[in-house]
Design a protein around this ligand. Structure first.
Ligand code: ADP
Ligand code: VHF
Length: 382
């Protein structure tokens, strides 16, 4: 990941004090995620024709007033084809070797294709850890903002060579959701090898694409536990990410990257173009809450709360979590760390930034009239 220093837009805690993601003029900001299967042919080789078609469409979007961030998979698929290994490699070594080889080829091709249009691209390789503290998160945002301000198209991928096992994103769908949220995008378009989310098995002739759902609609019941040949997460991750991102006020579209001119069709004839849209929440959360919403996996501890507190937090009013509602404090965390909120049934119902260290929180458990364990501004309810 390219890094830039925290700017004066941040206060001493590394929190944003003025908008750092300002869009140029009235431009709409779009994050386009291209899955491995869009970029590979059936034999697993890179589909350069398709890549070129995607580039043409991104250029069209740029020429029609959109700012585009490309989240592109395909490094592994590219690398696999490059080298025949002599000894058997385990899955981590394969991933490291092939992604290292493949990313060079992938970005090189993008460079050449965009160069035809005199457009600049910049490579952003990142990893889950780079989103774990607010300071690093803001650094990444500053980096991509300066690229956009200067007309450079960021091409983002996970840094597969160093992020292994538990430090990995579920897949690039998760990464694209984080990027869309971090960069305050208007729309996230996830391109896969299917026309959208079907109301059953996509291979079954009786099933249909679900055209539009509200941001809070869980489509899990329709999704099969299958993945396309070279992908990692599957449709369930896409649907879950889509819901979360749409809840944050960003429109999410899942469409087929193999359909001719899909990005242009979505922009010009959305009603006639097959896709699933997650309608965005009309009252989105703050940018700080957006970060918190995606930080659950970095939680350093948990607080268990009583039923009354859970009811209050789930209601429509802006309510902070007070020590009086806490029945247990688990883990070893510092003030400012991300912690999960657990109800009496053991469900994870929220995530937020702790106002206390674990030790202090334990001491204040059940106490009235002291500062919140998690202030409303730093609390995201699932
Ligand atoms: N209800 C569903 N609607 C659409 N696709 C589904 C559904 N259930 C499972 N899938 C599978 O999800 C796959 C797409 O996810 P994934 O393999 O992660 O692709 P990508 O490489 O594009 O990220 C489809 O090829 C399809 O087989
Ligand atoms: N970083 C990996 C992407 C893996 C991945 O998430 O793929 P996909 O499910 O197709 O988006 C690569 O470039 O090969």
């Amino acid at each position: 990941m390219m890094t830039t220093k925290c700017t004066e837009d941040m206060n001493s805690k590394g929190e944003q004090t003025s908008p750092a993601t300002e869009k140029v003029g009235e431009k709409k900001r779009v994050v386009v995620k291209v899955g491995s299967n869009v970029l590979t042919r059936d034999d697993g080789k890179l589909d350069v024709t398709r890549m070129s078609a995607i580039v043409d469409q991104v250029v069209w979007l740029k020429q029609h007033g959109y700012e585009v961030i490309l989240v592109s998979s395909g490094a592994m698929a590219c690398g696999r084809d490059e080298l025949k290994v002599t000894r058997k490699l385990d899955s981590v070594a394969q991933r490291q070797l092939y992604s290292a080889l493949g990313q060079v080829k992938l970005i090189g091709l993008y460079y050449d294709l965009f160069r035809e249009y005199d457009l600049h691209v910049g490579q952003v390789l990142t990893m889950k850890e780079s989103f774990s503290t607010r300071g690093e998160y803001l650094n990444q945002r500053a980096c991509m903002s300066v690229m956009l301000e200067n007309g450079v198209i960021p091409i983002v991928n996970e840094n597969d060579t160093v992020s292994v096992t538990e430090l990995m994103f579920t897949d690039n769908d998760e990464l694209s959701g984080l990027i869309a949220s971090m960069m305050d995008a208007d729309t996230l378009i996830i391109l896969s090898n299917v026309d959208g989310i079907f109301n059953g098995d996509p291979k079954d002739s009786q099933t249909r694409v679900i055209p539009m759902v509200n941001y809070d609609r869980d489509l899990g019941e329709y999704i099969q536990d299958t993945k396309s040949g070279f992908g990692r997460g599957g449709m369930l991750t896409k649907a879950n990410i889509a819901r979360k991102v749409a809840e944050e006020g960003i429109k999410v579209i899942i469409a087929n990257g193999k359909t001719t001119n899909i990005l242009v069709e979505l922009a010009t004839k959305p009603m006639e173009t097959m896709h699933t849209e997650f309608r965005p929440n009309p009252t989105p959360t703050s940018t700080l809450k957006k970060w918190i919403a995606h930080s659950e996996s970095f939680a350093k501890g948990r607080v268990v709360i009583n039923d009354k507190a859970a009811e209050a937090l789930k209601g429509h009013k802006a309510v902070s979590l007070l020590p009086v509602g806490v029945t247990a404090v688990e883990g070893d965390f510092e003030e400012g760390d991300i912690i999960n909120v657990i109800d009496q049934q053991g469900n994870n119902i929220g995530v937020g930034r702790s106002g206390y260290s674990a030790e202090e929180a334990r001491r204040r458990m059940g106490v009235h009239d002291v500062k919140p364990v998690i202030h409303y501004d730093y609390l995201y309810m699932e």
